[in-house]
Design a protein around this ligand. Structure first.
Ligand code: TA6
Length: 291
């Protein structure tokens, strides 16, 4: 990768087909691929891995990575109108630039990565934008996506931090923080329902919760841990587990892997999509920790 940056001692470059950097400090270890500014691993000291990664994931230029934290921009899910375009947008498939790496006084490490609109992005999405993504690796992982409208027209977009969490058995976990919230059930024709109490998993689960800004907590009785997922600048929460049949249909997802994960996604999608005036910026952030 030959970064022009002078990297702090906690950051190491990993060259290869898909360049990455690893972070190892007194709080945690992490790995971030430059493609998609994709956080692939986060392991606090004294804890197991918090982010799930499929053993079948591809790590190839232009191919999505199945796990960690995919950065979805500028649309969520399938592109409305152009189904031939990649699901969840183009940002996760493109090489970002590492523009900053520093050790902070509290012992955490902050990486900054950038992606600007280009001739390549314009082929899929003819808008001008600049993305800045900060990844702070400490006892907690904080990721923050800043979107800037660098064009002369309003910028209308969706975004998501599509976070895959590692659990022992999704059939035994509960997600707190969404009780009473409305959701669109993508497994049941997108009809609107209301979440009653703890969200548990008994089948394929794909729920989009509009207008939800709070913290979610995953109670994992088998691992004896609670993963806390907080966020700012996000009005949509998405909860997903593919279960048996959908996992089997995904070539980059092992048939037996689905019990080991669930996604809790910070997003601004569908009715919560965003519009930025020229020169305006917006930041969406997610913080993941063991509670
Ligand atoms: O966020 C849930 C979801 O939209 C599911 O419908 C499923 O498609 C998942 O994202 C994974 O999408 P991907 O394009 O990464 O395979």
């Amino acid at each position: 990768m030959g970064s022009l940056l002078s990297l702090p001692p906690t950051v190491t470059e990993v060259s290869g087909d898909l360049p990455a950097v690893t972070v190892c400090n007194r709080h945690a270890r992490a790995k971030v691929f430059l493609q998609g500014a994709h956080v692939a691993s986060f392991r606090p000291v004294g804890q197991g891995e918090l982010l799930w990664m499929s053993v079948r994931s591809l790590f190839a230029p232009g191919k999505p990575i199945r796990g960690g934290i995919p950065v979805c921009f500028p649309w969520f899910g399938m592109h409305a109108g152009r189904p031939e375009l990649p699901a969840h947008g183009i940002a996760r498939l493109l090489p970002w630039t590492l523009t900053g790496a520093e050790d902070l006084p509290d012992g955490s490490t902050r990486l900054v990565l950038g992606l600007q609109s280009s001739v390549e992005t314009a082929a899929s999405w003819p808008q001008s934008f600049a993305l800045t993504y900060s990844v702070s690796v400490g006892a907690a992982l904080n990721v923050a996506l800043e979107v800037r409208n660098t064009g002369a027209q309003p910028l209308v977009f969706e975004e998501a931090l599509h976070t895959y969490l590692d659990v022992a058995d999704v059939r035994r976990v509960g997600v707190e923080g969404l009780a009473g919230a409305r959701y669109l059930d993508k497994v049941d024709g997108g009809i609107e329902k209301t979440q009653t109490g703890t969200l548990t998993f008994t089948a394929e689960t794909d729920r989009v919760f509009p207008g939800t800004t709070g913290t979610c907590r995953v109670d994992d009785p088998v691992l004896g841990r609670r993963i806390v997922v907080a966020k700012t600048g996000s009005a949509t929460t998405v909860i997903w587990n593919p279960w048996i049949a959908k996992a089997a249909r995904m070539p980059d997802f092992g048939d037996e892997e689905w019990p080991g994960m669930l996604c809790i996604e910070a997003a601004n999608a569908a009715a919560d999509h965003l519009t930025l005036a020229p020169g305006q910026t917006q930041v969406m952030a997610q913080t993941i920790s063991v509670g």
